[in-house]
Design a protein around this ligand. Sequence first.
Ligand SMILES: [Zn+2]
Length: 384
Amino acid sequence: MSAISADLHANPELCFEETFACRRLSESLTELGLDVQVGVGGLETAFRAEFGPTPAQGRGGATIAVLAEYDALPEIGHACGHNLIAAGAIGAIAGLLAVRDELPGRVVVLGTPAEEGGGGKVKLIDAGQFADIDGAMMFHPYDRDLLWKPALACDEVEFRFTGQASHAAAGPWNGRSALTAALQTIHLVDAIRVHFHDGTRVHGFVKKGGEAVNIIPDKAAVRFSVRAPTRQGLDELRGRVIDCARGAALATRTDVEVEVETGYSEMRNNRTLYERFAGHFDRAAPTGEAPVDWEVGRDVGAGSTDMGDVSQVCPSIHPYIAICDLGETAIHQRRFAELAAGDRALDSTLRAAAAMACTAWDFLADDTLRGDVIREWETSAARS
Ligand SMILES: [Zn+2]
């Protein structure tokens, strides 16, 4: 696990370009005795391996998936610590392979590229890679031990305005400014922000704004990320943002083209499975260490993850495990990338791997637990 984490950390790769990581991880699974398929779901840098009895073979009635992420960020490398997520997944699989012959169900390890934009897991879901999976888990490095927190549903929306170019001094009355439309869209979004529901996020930037000071810009573009606690809330919020662009186009007599790029779904957190993970994580503590003071995040910052989409198709957990002290740094900072190569990060990852392996075993072996997990998941589906 240490070598895997270090190798990935030293070779950060962006979404869908994770050829080194994909090869490194699939080779280590092959060394562990698994038959690995690379390029599953039509994604070159995705992989899958599985073991244990299938439900059809009579012994065991379920399939659990351990997910590995391994993409990095532009400029700042593994500042989200996905090298640790990958190492932890391999560690959990190694643990489960140690009891391969007694396994009460099937285990799948899925290499899921492109979490930082691109939505590898969404594509793998669409390609049917989750069709036979009853539960899924991964862990995420963080600045504190946080058993669960919301992840927002998100979309991106881009507005491209077309106006009329004209000399900005000699004949401005002949022009219609696409830049003004773009700026007014941002102002209108800010003006109506007071009406947005709690927990929503709208943030963006001017992508194109003109070419020269003496030309009224006839082309401009602005792009937003729109996020809300549920997909339903997101649909409404996105509609309001689109209205702002249409209003700005009307006022500036420009035309607007709207492009929506569907993002990730909200995380449907499964508390029953989280609590089982927490128990195992505590039991894996070094001797003499106090039990984890688990936080549950309601007022921490929420982003979005394609694990949210996985949680919509099967019960899922995505616990956050500290690799540094609270306040020392946070994800997507350069210091976090440094710490993701450190000893403390590796200790936390080993513990998370042990807890995932034990939680996977319980999910397969304990019919009562699995029933409770699935019931909670179905109820949360009915709510959202
Ligand atoms: Zn991440």
